[in-house]
Design a protein around this ligand. Structure first.
Ligand code: SF4
Ligand code: ZN
Length: 276
C-alpha cells in the first residue's frame, strides 16, 4: 500500500484500535501504564495509545526505568522526560541505583550472569510491581511483530513452549500480584513503528544500548518474507493461536520482598543481594 503521511497515521492508529478491540486488551475506564524506554517502539506504543485513548475511554501514563547503563541510560532518561513533558503525559520513573543501590551492569558482574539476563529480571520485576502499586490496570509494552517472531524462533528451538504460549497480545492476571500485560503493536512491524513516529513529527535517539546482542533471527525472518510474501503476518497469527498448558497457582511469594516468585527468594532479590 502507498499512503501519504496523513493516511498512514490514520491507518496505523486504526489498526491499533481494531487490534485492542479484537483482543479486548483495554476496557473502558481502565488506566494503562506504557513501558517507555525511549526507543521507537515504546514511543509508537505511547503515541498510538494516547491518540485513541479518548475515543476508547481509557487513560495512559508512562513508566521508565533508569538502569544506570553507561553511555546509554542518561540519554534515554532525558529523552523520555522531555517527550512526556511535551505531550503532557504523567511519567513515573524508577532510578535503579538511587532506589535499590545497584545498576544492571554492577549486578551482572556480582551475579556473574549476562547483563541482558539481569536487565530482563529487573525490568520484569519493576514493571509488574510499579504497575500494580501505582494502581494501573494494565502494563503495555511496545513489542512489535519482528520482536515476537524472534522470541518465537528462539523459544521454539529451546523447547520453551510455556514461555512461547505466554507471548500473546494479552497475558491475563495469573496471580493477584501479577499485573495483566498487553502488546498493542503485536501485529505492527518495526518499520511501521519507525515510520509512524517519524510521520507524527518525533525524532528518537538512535543510540543503542552497548549490551545489545543481535541474534540474527530477525534477518532470517525477513529473508523468508522476501521469498514468501505474507510469512511474517501468517506466523504471528499462528502465534496468537498457539497454546500450551500454563502452570497456574504454583506462584509463591518471595520471603524477602513479598512479590510473586517461583522460588523462596525471587530472582530480583537474588540480584539485589548478590555479593562479589
Ligand atoms: Fe537491557 Fe540488554 Fe536491552 Fe541493554 S540490550 S537494555 S542490557 S536487555
Ligand atoms: Zn524478592
Amino acid at each position: 500500500m502507498r499512503l501519504c503521511s496523513f493516511h498512514f497515521i490514520d491507518f496505523f492508529e486504526r489498526k491499533v484500535f481494531d487490534f485492542i478491540r479484537k483482543f479486548k486488551l483495554i476496557k473502558r475506564g481502565e488506566s494503562v501504564l506504557v513501558a517507555f524506554s525511549g526507543g521507537k517502539d515504546s514511543l509508537a506504543c505511547l503515541l498510538s495509545l494516547r491518540s485513541i485513548a479518548d475515543e476508547h475511554g481509557f487513560n495512559v501514563s508512562a513508566y521508565h526505568i533508569d538502569l544506570g547503563i553507561n553511555g546509554y541510560s542518561y540519554t534515554m532518561r532525558k529523552y523520555v522526560e522531555e517527550i512526556c513533558g511535551e505531550l503532557g503525559v504523567t511519567l513515573h520513573l524508577t532510578d535503579l541505583k538511587e532506589k535499590y543501590g545497584f545498576t544492571v551492569e554492577e549486578a551482572s558482574k556480582k551475579r556473574k550472569r549476562p547483563v541482558c539476563s539481569v536487565c530482563g529480571i529487573v525490568k520484569r520485576y519493576l514493571m509488574n510491581r510499579e504497575t500494580r502499586e501505582l494502581g494501573y490496570n494494565k502494563l503495555a509494552t511496545g513489542h512489535n511483530m519482528d520482536d515476537m517472531i524472534e522470541f518465537a524462533f528462539k523459544n521454539w528451538l529451546n523447547q520453551e513452549f510455556e514461555w512461547l504460549a505466554k507471548q500473546k497480545p494479552l497475558l491475563p492476571q495469573l496471580h493477584p500480584k501479577v499485573t495483566p500485560k498487553i502488546k498493542p503493536l503485536f501485529e505492527r512491524t518495526e518499520k511501521e513503528n519507525a515510520a509512524y513516529v517519524t510521520l507524527k513529527g518525533f525524532e528518537y535517539p538512535l543510540n543503542e544500548c552497548p549490551n545489545t546482542y543481535l541474534s540474527g533471527w530477525k534477518e532470517v525472518a525477513s529473508k523468508i518474507e522476501e521469498m514468501k510474501t505474507g510469512f511474517k503476518l501468517m506466523f504471528i497469527k499462528s502465534l496468537e493461536k498457539f497454546s500450551y498448558p500454563l502452570r497456574q497457582g504454583d506462584f509463591k511469594v518471595c520471603s524477602l520482598c513479598g512479590e510473586p516468585s517461583s522460588s523462596e527468594i525471587c530472582a530480583f532479590c537474588k540480584v539485589k543481594t548478590a555479593k562479589i
